[in-house]
Design a protein around this ligand. Sequence first.
Ligand code: GSY
Length: 164
Amino acid sequence: MPKRRQVFLGLGSNLGDRVGFLRDAVAGLADLAGVSDVYETAAVGGPEQGNYLNLVVELHTALSARQLLGLCRELEGAAQRVRTVRWGARTLDVDVLWIDGENINETDLIVPHPRMFERSFVLVPLRDLAPELLPDGFDADTASRVDQVVCLGRLEAQSPRSTV
Ligand code: GSY
């Protein structure tokens, strides 16, 4: 039996029932060890699009990096995600951010996620679960203000009103 490792996944939604997509994805996760607060965040990159809801989850799992990537794709598929416009609006995006002890550099899988340490929409929720992983000197208050990252509180406390 492979050893369980600490893993962080980043989830985001900016199309349709954003709360519902996040809630269903989190509910479908085995080995869940933690869920950050939900943050409303200004979209980074791509065409003009609506705000995202973002959160980070922690798993303690024996799944391999490739199995985790498969899990991310499955969760996106379950949210009827359609890949049309690159960096465009999406019902659900799930990224493997970090796996304890892993460094992977393959065309379709890079761990730690290559942009996670530049993105306030990842770092601010990650701080809820693993402040020790944040870059030295990261100032969440300044980052939240500059990059428009607003804490909405716990996922279970969200109402489904935030449909876009
Ligand atoms: O890379 C994840 C998808 N994504 C996001 C996101 O989740 N949140 C914000 N705020 N902007 C984003 N741009 C992309 S692409």
